[in-house]
Write a protein that binds this ligand. Sequence first.
Ligand SMILES: [Zn+2]
Length: 455
Amino acid sequence: MEERKLDIWIFNLEIAEGRSFSGHKESLDWLASQGFAVIPDIIMAQTADQVWAGIQHIADIRYSLNYGLDGAVVKVDDLQMRRELGMTSKVPRWAVAYKYPPERQETVLEDIVVQVGRTGKLTPLAILKPVRLAETTVSKATLHNQDFINEKDIMIGDAVVLQKAGDIIPEVVSVVKEKRPADARPFEMPRFCPVCGAPVATDDGGINIFCTGESCPAKDARGIIYFASKDAMDIEGMGPSAVEALISEGYIKDVSDIFTLKQHKERLIEEGIIGREKSVSNILAAIDRAKENGLNQLVTGLGIRGIGKQTAKILTSRFRSMDQIMAAKPEELMELQDFGETTAGDLVNWFEKPANRELIEKLRAAGVRMEMEEVQAAGDQRFAGKTFVLTGTLSRYTRDQASAIIESFGGKTSSSVSKKTDYVLAGEAAGSKLTKAQSLGVAVISEEEFEDMIK
Ligand SMILES: [Zn+2]
């Protein structure tokens, strides 16, 4: 906490053995008396008017506080009344949040530059005259694509209104047309990649454009940075500066080269481009550990368009090895949750490219794990040989969590209902899978019944 400059305010007391409280404020005061830092700006209100006045007051002092906030929470103080009010299936009936509208600021859009992402996507980025907005200085904002620029009629030199989406990411809301200078210039996305000069092409929808260069350095560097990032292979110490240094010194050209770095240990230490002996040893050890990562992390790291952290998990829960993924047909992939025609097609195309197949073989040869770890056969195997299909929205688990529970008891999950399905676990708003299960006479269980089964 010290190092990262993190701080905390306690906003609730769940349980204190041997003590009972009648009100929320009383419990917070007690926490404060025990030395806990408790949120200081609490307003006690007796009437709806007082609640509203409190919300207004917090809005007024919002930007003078030494912490950020995006709303106020109105709660019932009386703990007995809270128990009587209870919960809906998702939220308590005794608390509600009020969200403040985001702060807006005007500034000048001084230039538009084009960035090339790890998938080769070209994104226009607004370079702004720095302005204070919701407690940070903003000097850049994404303009997404040419359509966004056209719709908002954005020109270089324009005065623009900014706000932060979700109070985090700055976005251009509109142009102040009255202030458009005479020398304002329209912007067109380039027809060639600003990094490697290869022609660009649009994707299916025609909204986004991509660099077609086979070996675009922008794609390479960003791709490798992404591969090593927390979201993917999580290799500690392999951040952007280490990756860029290793690329420019010729140590790595693609992600598989990461795993051969240890052959250059002495030289790396001598040259010091990624630190001295200790850092080099630490990074090499982190690389070694990453070889044992889950297949989902590896698949995420490949940076295939449409395959992020979540989709990679879904993919590897069905296709348990790299070979199975490479052999998967588009129609099989489209049975998976979140896999549409485009994603399935992009995945198949990616693995059809010889250069990508070669990359996979290099990773395999380097000892990177290409299979999902099979669940240990030890322990409670009550679902052994049973296949579950999940459908609809579960209230207590994500689908991933429910699948993990089923697998931990030796069962399997499948994405489509057939005669071989043993149970269909149906959440809220279950659709065609439920109908199919009923027509095939497959047992349909509710979330409550599932809970009983796993007790
Ligand atoms: Zn390029």
